[in-house]
Design a protein around this ligand. Structure first.
Ligand SMILES: [Zn+2]
Ligand SMILES: [Zn+2]
Length: 233
C-alpha cells in the first residue's frame, strides 16, 4: 500500500494501477495535494522562468519580465533560471516540513519532475548545490539544495564554494541588506573554464543570490551559469 508523501493519505488503487502501466509518471502524491500545488506552465520569462500569464502588460517586455529587463541593464550574468512550482501557501507548508522539520523524504514527491526539467533545459550543465553556512547546516542537519541535486541523474561538481554565516536577512535593515556583499567565497583556486554551471536551490526569490554566484563562477572561467529551483516566489 502506498501513501501520499505530502498528506500520508492512502493512495487509491486506481493510481497504483495507472503507475503500473506508466511507471515513468509515478508521483507518490494524491490528487487532492497535487491540485493544491501550482505547477509553472505555459509561457515563462525567458530568463527567470516566471509565468508571464500572471503579469500585467506593463510588467513584461517581449519574452522577459521587467525584473529581468532591469537585471539586463546592469549586465545580465545569469543564463536562465527554471523552477517547477510557485511558492504558494501549500508549497510553503511543504517547504516548512522539508527544511525546518527535517522531513527530507518528501522531496522524492518531486523527483521525476525535477529530473525531467533538468533533462529539458540543462543536460549540458554541471551541477552545484548552493551551500549553507556551517552554522545553518549544523542547525538543520542537511542542505536542502544538496538533497535536490542528488535527485538529478548526474554527479555533483566538487568545488570549494562555501557560504559564510551572516545574520538572518529579516534581522537586517533594508539598507544593510542592499549594501551587504556576497556571503559566498571559494576556499581554493578552482577554475571552471568553458563549463556550464547549474546552481541548485529550493527557492528562487529575488534572483540576487544566484546572480552573485554567477558573477563568481564566471570570473573563474565558467561559460554559462543557470539555476534550477524547486519553486519560485
Ligand atoms: Zn496527499
Ligand atoms: Zn524574468
Amino acid at each position: 500500500m502506498e501513501r501520499c508523501l505530502l498528506c500520508f493519505e492512502e493512495l487509491p488503487a486506481a493510481d497504483s494501477w495507472f503507475s503500473f502501466l506508466f511507471p515513468k509518471w509515478v508521483r507518490p502524491v494524491c490528487r487532492t495535494c497535487d491540485e493544491k500545488l501550482e505547477r509553472i506552465q505555459g509561457d515563462v520569462c525567458e530568463c527567470c522562468g516566471r509565468p508571464l500569464s500572471s503579469l500585467s502588460a506593463t510588467y513584461k517586455k517581449g519574452a522577459l519580465c521587467l525584473d529581468c529587463v532591469r537585471w539586463g541593464q546592469e549586465g545580465e550574468v545569469l543564463e536562465k533560471n527554471r523552477s517547477l512550482y510557485m511558492y504558494n501557501d501549500e508549497m510553503k507548508e511543504v517547504m516548512n516540513r522539508f527544511k525546518f522539520r527535517g522531513d527530507a523524504v518528501l522531496i522524492h514527491a518531486f523527483a521525476n519532475e525535477f529530473r525531467e526539467i533538468f533533462r529539458q533545459y540543462f543536460s549540458s550543465y554541471e551541477v552545484v548545490p548552493i551551500p549553507l553556512s556551517t552554522e545553518r547546516l549544523e542547525e538543520r542537519g542537511f542542505n536542502q539544495a544538496e538533497l535536490l541535486a542528488m535527485l538529478l541523474p548526474v554527479p555533483m561538481l566538487s568545488c570549494s564554494l562555501v557560504r559564510v554565516h551572516t545574520e538572518k536577512q529579516s534581522q537586517k535593515t533594508r539598507k544593510q541588506r542592499i549594501a551587504g556583499s556576497s556571503p559566498f567565497s571559494f576556499l581554493s583556486s578552482d577554475r571552471f573554464d568553458s563549463k556550464n554551471i547549474l546552481l541548485i536551490d529550493d527557492i528562487y526569490t529575488t534572483g540576487k543570490t544566484v546572480r552573485q554566484l554567477a558573477v563568481m563562477f564566471r570570473e573563474r572561467g565558467a561559460k554559462n551559469v543557470s539555476s534550477l529551483t524547486l519553486c519560485r516566489s
